[in-house]
Design a protein. Structure first.
Length: 478
């Protein structure tokens, strides 16, 4: 069962996207035609001599098959669907609360007890009973409604409720990467919430990968536009795992060519743990265990040193920048501009619930603001030449949009995040003229650059009217 209500074969309207980092493109009144899998097959602009003929063809097809052509209204524009690279699904009930302790206290006192409630007893209800499934469906639906069409999730340490999360994404047609969290070190995790042993953690990870791959294959067989569901090897972070588990997970990731997700250099405390245990940086330790490679997403990198950025670049591992979460737990501002300049692939993440907001719009805004604060510094008592980072650090809203879309696609090695031939048609349709949510600037400043920036800074959930994944409508605001 899915909640899909429509599948378009062609869309005509105005599209904004960022095919290259640092600049945007507006495709005005473009006609985008899709193949049978919901990928973009052809883009025709009004200046193209073929445009009238293509438009006539799709309009005729629409007469025969209602809904074949989606024509955006005059006051609507489309943006690519967002790619959220970092969400903790079982933390959704505590989004917006309990943000006053340091990371290690917050994990032990608030987060582990909550995540432990997502355990499904052996032989228990595989839907997660009354607890996990409704929360997961609500989270996935909420993220879709905010324009997030692809999402990378940590489940809990419980294998079967993490499968419920994967099924919830497939049911609502959100493209998803999902992991069962591994946290097996008895010295670091409470008895009520940890893997029984490294062996059990590895066996559960193998079983989880097989179950998700089976579910994905069945879904794709039923629906040629199924957007994809992928398992991820998910060591919580170095402080919570034994060496045996970390090494075993690296081997599993290689054997399955699977996604890997974890946390790297998130906070002052975390970035020191690997050095104490292994005498190396966090990134070196992760690389030694075989956990840094293409299709690896590491959250944060706030304390990433230059040598570590080089390891990311060389291995092809990506960072999920989570600027709202960093304000609470990061102890610093992640130098996105420097790390991007060093050739590291970067996308954006909400880090629910270290970050309180399910919206990547909010994280685009925070990414820009944090980068400005990093550049200028924070303490007015310090002379200006010593107050800031001492290097250009600011990023623009358009650069942040790239991170939220095509950057996320690069991190996942998937053809998503922009309106280009061969990429999945994932989009959010923005209504610029909602009552008291006007994004036209009352018609005063109307250049494409102004229009796009206004959307990025001011769009509310009210403006996001419909959301489409792989050419299928997955959300419509009533
Ligand atoms: N490091 C390990 N686990 C977590 C988590 O759940 N949230 C954050 N922000 N950092 C972590
Ligand atoms: Fe996190």
């Amino acid at each position: 069962m899915t909640t899909t209500t429509a599948a378009a074969h062609a869309i005509r309207g105005t599209f904004f996207h960022t095919p290259e980092y640092g600049s945007f493109e507006m495709l005005e009144q473009a006609l985008i035609e899709l193949d049978g899998h919901g990928a973009i097959e052809r883009i025709t602009l009004p200046a193209d001599p073929a445009y009238p003929e293509r438009l006539r063809a799709v309009r005729e097809a629409d007469e025969r098959e209602h809904g074949y052509l989606l024509e955006l209204d005059e006051h609507e524009v489309a943006l690519p669907g967002f790619v959220d690279l970092h969400v903790h699904a079982p933390q959704w009930p505590q989004a917006g609360i309990a943000l006053d302790e340091p990371l290690e206290v917050w994990l032990n006192e608030r987060t582990f007890p909550l995540e432990a409630r997502f355990g499904i007893p052996e032989g228990g209800d595989p839907t997660g009973g009354d607890f996990a499934q409704p929360i997961y469906l609500d989270l996935v639906g909420t993220l879709l409604s905010r324009g997030t069409t692809t999402c990378v999730y940590f489940g809990s340490a419980d294998r079967r409720s993490s499968e419920v999360l994967a099924q919830s994404c497939a049911q609502l047609n959100q493209r998803a990467v999902v992991g069962k969290v591994v946290m097996d070190d008895p010295a670091a995790n409470p008895a009520f919430y940890r893997d029984a042993s490294p062996e059990q953690a590895l066996a559960d990870t193998e079983d989880f990968i097989a179950a998700v791959e089976r579910h994905a294959a069945r879904s794709a067989a039923n629906d040629p536009r199924f957007p994809g569901l992928f398992p991820a090897v998910t060591p919580r972070f170095i402080p919570s795992c034994t060496e045996a588990a970390l090494r075993g997970l690296g081997e599993i990731a290689r054997a399955h060519d699977a996604y890997v997700q974890s946390h790297c250099d998130e906070s002052q405390w975390q970035s020191g743990v690997a050095r104490e245990r292994f005498g190396t940086s966090d990134a070196e330790a992760l690389a030694d265990f075989g956990l840094l490679k293409r299709k690896t997403i590491m959250a944060h990198g706030t304390f990433l040193l230059d040598g570590e950025a080089e390891i990311f670049r060389a291995t092809g591992a990506a960072l999920a920048h989570c600027p709202i979460s960093n304000a609470y737990f990061g102890n610093a501002v992640c130098p996105v501009r420097r790390i991007h300049g060093q050739g590291v692939t970067i996308g954006l993440g909400t880090d629910i619930s270290g970050g309180f907001s399910p919206s990547l719009y909010d994280n685009i805004r925070m990414a820009v603001m944090a980068s400005r604060i990093l550049e200028d510094g924070v303490d007015a008592r310090v002379p200006s030449e010593r107050r800031g980072a001492g290097e250009p650090s600011r990023i623009s809203a358009v650069e942040a949009l790239y991170l939220a879309t095509k950057g996320g696609g690069e991190a996942l090695d998937l053809p998503i995040g922009s309106f280009e031939v061969g990429r999945a048609l994932d989009m959010q349709v923005i209504d610029l003229k909602r009552p008291f949510a006007d994004l036209t600037g009352n018609g005063v400043f109307t250049s494409p650059a102004d229009q796009l920036e206004r959307i990025l800074y001011l769009a509310t959930p009210e403006n996001i009217r419909t959301v489409w994944v792989q050419g299928q409508q997955v959300f419509a605001r009533g």
